[in-house]
Ligand binder design. Structure first.
Ligand code: FDA
Length: 501
């Protein structure tokens, strides 16, 4: 309620936020989670909570008039996107000048829309990226803990080899191996037992029915089913959906005072609330957390926040690309939306690349092999606060994406040369073969050990913490959700032990 005081507030409900909520609740600390997106638990008129990728409706995207799918065209035709009514849909695409960032909106954050690939980073690269973090503790304790809590599982290899739904993956894996590049199975939070029942026709189709980026109606163990459910079960945690934090300041008692807007489905303002708390955890994601902190610092509300807030941002080297296969190599009419294999060329000192074999469930045979490459692009962007627009603006240029494109190209050129195949130029809205202007993995903006101490405590203030992807300095070499979760586990354990005594 307006004017309420709680011991702890968590902003956002993605991975970092969900870990924070659970561990605070378990420690007996009354905690309120504020999430700007919807609580996705009620079916719409069609009986489903989420809409499908092939016929998106208002539920698909966050206040857009037309969907903005990552693959926007096929044969250069504008056949993918659809007009929709503005609504607090589950996927947002935040468009900066030279980079668009996909993020989840809703209770569960990115876990509602992502592919669920749950990859522990290579230890040598983790140590390179986050040298201040004790890697022994991470690999012995926090990564396994995160995998258990997230309910990570692995596809049965017999099912993988035999099902038509992974032909696209088998084709691409065989081609990579023939070109001398290693492939690896990738664990996931999608329940593979459920998927086998989908394939057998005994369970309603979700991953096998074209659902993923606009939400999965079944099968996916998103955060609302794992960490957030456990947090609520402590009896100490409440979650307020459609509550967006606008600003943060300190009050005379040294509490954090938040201005929060509660909005409805038409984005109408229901109520502006002022909430105060002793301990404030920012888990609004790389974009959300960084924007709130920049606004607080640069409007003078929290002027002692570090100069480093805003810097160290990167897209995890994300580059999407696609190859055209020969007619005798169809990739399948039926495709699971959950990737389960990666091409691992990270040991190549010339160009470190880890690429997931991504599905393209178009409902027609396309002969396309699609990839999301994660490259070791050293370029970093920076957020600044635009006072007139009251927004964070990303300083990142198309040129900065080119080291990632070059690395991906060098690997996929080898595959194309080996098989006499070529790229597809018709999928990303123009004639580019490499999508260098959007990402799924925004990382950084409030980097661990730079804008914060070694555990996410913001420099300059007490009882103020960043707990999400904003802590990771721009790159982690694999899909980031497990790292975000494990790092939050590590940080929260230290913070609860030391700061709540
Ligand atoms: P996250 O972004 O999850 O959550 C932040 C939450 O805060 C959101 O719900 C947002 O609405 C809310 N919020 C923001 N500002 C707020 C404010 N001011 N007030 C209140 N609430 C606010 N990763 C991976 O490891 N494997 C994968 O397979 C994939 N696949 C993938 C596909 C797609 C389509 C996307 C978009 C992303 C992925 N990812 C992924 C990336 C992964 O989902 C992402 O790294 C994490 O969700 C980031 O977790 P965070 O905890 O940082 O915040």
């Amino acid at each position: 309620a307006n004017g309420a005081h709680v011991p702890a507030i968590v902003i956002g409900s993605g991975y970092g936020a969900a870990v924070s909520a659970l561990r605070l609740g378990e420690a007996g600390i009354e905690t309120t989670v504020l999430e700007m997106g919807r609580l996705w638990n009620e079916p719409g008129g069609d009986g489903k909570v989420f809409c499908t990728m092939t016929s998106p409706d208002e539920r698909s995207m966050w206040f857009k008039r037309r969907t903005e799918a990552p693959l926007s065209t096929l044969l250069w035709l504008d056949v993918v996107n659809r007009d929709i009514d503005p609504y607090p849909g589950v996927l947002d695409r935040v468009n900066y000048a030279d980079m668009s960032v996909y993020v989840g909106r809703g209770v569960g954050g990115g876990s509602l829309v992502n592919g669920g690939m749950a990859v522990v980073p290579r230890r040598d690269y983790f140590e390179e990226v986050l040298p201040g973090v004790d890697a022994n503790a991470m690999y012995d304790r926090y990564f396994p803990l995160a995998q258990t809590e997230l309910q990570v599982n692995t596809i049965d290899t017999e099912f993988y080899k035999s099902t038509e739904y992974y032909r696209f993956s088998r084709v691409a894996a065989a081609q990579a191996e023939a070109a001398g590049i290693k492939t690896v199975f990738v664990p996931d939070v999608y329940d593979f037992d459920y998927m086998e029942r989908e394939a057998a026709g005994t369970a309603e189709k979700s991953a096998l029915g074209g659902e993923v980026i606009y939400g999965n109606n079944h099968g996916k163990m998103s955060l609302d089913k794992t960490y957030l459910a456990s947090a609520l079960a402590t009896g100490k945690v409440t979650i307020a959906a459609r509550h967006q934090v606008r600003s943060i300041e300190l009050d005379a008692d040294g509490n954090y005072a938040l201005t929060v807007e509660h909005r409805g489905d038409a984005d109408e303002l229901i109520e502006t609330k002022r909430l105060t708390c002793r301990h404030l955890f920012l888990g609004a994601g790389s974009l959300g957390t960084t924007e709130l902190l920049l606004r607080a610092r640069d409007t003078g509300a929290l002027p002692d926040l570090d100069e480093a807030v805003g810097s160290g941002w990167g897209p995890n080297g994300n580059v999407m690309t696609a190859r055209a296969n020969h007619l005798w190599n169809p990739t399948g009419l039926k495709q699971s939306t959950i990737p389960v294999m990666g091409i691992d060329d990270w040991d190549n000192p010339e160009a470190r690349v880890f690429a997931e074999l991504a599905p393209l469930p178009a409902g027609i045979e396309t002969w396309i092999s699609l990839y999301l490459a994660i490259t070791d692009n050293p370029e970093r962007g920076r957020f600044t606060y635009d006072a007139a627009a009251d927004k964070a603006v990303l300083d990142w240029s198309l040129e900065q994406a080119q080291p990632g494109v070059a690395a991906a190209k060098s690997m996929f050129d080898r595959i194309n040369e080996r098989h006499g195949t070529s790229y597809r130029y018709d999928l990303f809205g123009d004639d580019r073969a490499f999508a260098d202007d959007f990402c799924y993995h925004p990382l950084g903006g409030c980097v661990l050990g730079k804008a914060t101490d070694g555990y996410g405590r913001l420099n300059g203030y007490e009882r103020l913490y960043a707990t999400d992807s904003s802590l990771i300095p721009g790159s982690i070499g694999v899909n980031p959700l497990v790292t975000i979760t494990a790092l939050a586990e590590r940080n929260l354990e230290a913070i609860i032990a030391a700061d709540f005594a």
